[in-house]
Design a protein around this ligand. Structure first.
Ligand code: NAD
Length: 423
């Protein structure tokens, strides 16, 4: 199929997209022009070279980033991504989405993000450890429990957070639990953090279903991505009574109209490290997965998955953006016009940073909560945030994304103007 001119010209640069989304909210809020310039751009972006001795003895140099978008409401907060396609603009976009996300759920953090251009699937555990420790030591001047608190993102996990925490603690001379979140439980992680993002997705979809007169029981759910967010979403939606009819990962997609046996799929993935080849489902084309008729479509992989090239063929009732930036602004308008209810990323996937906030608080107090406490506090915050966004969208007569963006930008703008401009 040849692409139309419109499709060819669609803006896919994540930072341009983030600025465009911000400008729409700023316009609704009638924000001061000077303040717009402050809020649109990151406060700080650090580019580092990370020399690593590889297992075969040669030295490889990786490029890494840490971006702090805004800290008006509290320390910067955001994950670190390891991926071959990482760019500075992508990290800038992800950092700004973190600012808005923390404001949507009203937790006292600003936005940050990090990334390293690398392909961890081709690296040994030792190489990843050495790269992680050197990356963290290169950004150590700007991170810390009161400054900027990293967390996991694509291809980083609790073990990487443990190496970050240890690297930082070794230079400080004491164990600093508050420097990263998403840590293993043995070293100050929080109960419930691993599933938190997916649990937040479940809570926001539950709220959306109430508004749309839908029920979880036997709803057809399609999930792109089977990592922390996608895999845990499959588990939680399955437990909630949904039929998860299709899932995918970087290797391909699988489908079963009657619902995939998710516990069995987990056993299979634990062995094979991929969803493809699972005996209880048939293989389908990875792009076709997004276009399956379903009640809930959960993109949980990367940016720019729903674009002008496929948006007309999306057949979901709800798109729950578990990933960051899965829908382009042009596609967004079409989803809305087609009556598809979109739960925007800065609301939908905010459960992760919310439990990261709980983890940070628990670490600073050295007082740890049980999982029931974590999950009930998370539910309270996610339901409140959903209602705040829904009400804002109604008040301004806009879609959920613009509502979320107006709510968030308004909160950050208020913090910035109240603090005033230094010096
Ligand atoms: P992850 O590394 O644990 O998993 C990523 C998954 O996506 C893997 O299963 C991978 O195989 C799959 N994938 C990659 N490219 C794909 C493609 N082209 N098609 C289909 N699947 C593909 O990462 P994660 O932490 O689950 O993050 C996923 C998304 O959720 C990202 O957008 C991330 O920014 C966002 N997010 C994560 C968290 C968190 O707490 N981890 C919080 C909020 C948002």
């Amino acid at each position: 199929m040849t692409a139309t001119l419109e499709q060819q010209n669609e803006v896919l640069n994540p930072f341009e997209i983030a600025v465009r989304q911000f400008e729409i909210a700023a316009e609704h809020l009638n924000l001061d022009r000077g303040l717009r310039k402050v809020l649109a751009n990151p406060k700080r972006a650090l580019v580092v070279s990370i020399p690593v001795r590889m297992d075969d003895g040669r030295i490889e140099v990786f490029e890494g980033y840490r971006v702090q978008h805004n800290v008006a409401r509290g320390p910067a907060k955001g994950g670190v991504r390891y991926h071959p396609a990482v760019t500075l603009d992508e990290v800038k976009a992800l950092a700004s989405w973190m600012t808005w996300k923390c404001a949507v759920v009203n937790i006292p953090f600003g936005g940050g993000k990090g990334g390293v251009i690398c392909d961890p699937s081709r690296m040994s555990a030792g190489e990843i450890e050495r790269m992680s420790r050197r990356y963290f030591s290169e950004i150590i001047q700007i991170v810390g429990p009161e400054k900027d608190i990293p967390a996991p993102d694509v291809n980083t996990n609790p073990q990487v957070m443990a190496w970050f925490m240890d690297t930082y603690s070794m230079t400080q001379g004491y164990t600093a639990l508050g420097v990263v979140t998403g840590k293993p439980l043995a070293i100050g992680g929080s109960q419930g953090r691993n599933e938190a993002t997916a649990r937040g997705v479940l809570f926001t979809v539950t709220e959306a279903m109430k508004r749309l007169g839908m029920t979880m029981q036997r709803s057809a759910v399609v999930i792109q991505g089977f990592g922390n967010v996608g895999g845990n979403s499959a588990k939680l939606f399955h437990e909630a009574g949904c039929n998860v009819i299709a899932v995918s990962d970087v290797y391909g997609a699988i489908y079963n109209a009657n619902g995939i046996d998710i516990p069995k799929l987990f056993e299979y993935v634990a062995r094979e490290r991929r969803v493809t080849g699972f005996p209880g489902a048939e293989a389908i084309d990875a792009n076709a997965l997004l276009e399956l008729p379903c009640d809930v479509l959960i993109p949980a992989a990367l940016e720019n998955q729903i674009t002008l090239r496929n948006v007309e063929r999306i057949q979901a009732k709800i798109v729950a953006e578990a990933a960051n930036g899965p829908t382009t602004p042009d596609a967004d308008v079409i989803l809305r016009d087609r009556g598809i209810f979109s739960i925007p990323d800065i609301l939908c996937n905010a459960g992760g940073v919310t439990v990261s906030y709980f983890e940070w608080v628990q670490g600073l107090y050295s007082f740890f909560w049980d999982e029931t406490m974590v999950n009930s506090q998370l539910e309270k915050i996610m339901v409140r945030a959903f209602n705040d966004v829904y009400d804002t969208a109604q008040r301004y007569n806009v879609d959920m994304r613009t509502g979320a963006q107006i709510l968030a930008v308004g909160r950050v703008a208020e913090a910035s103007t109240t603090r005033g401009l230094f010096p």
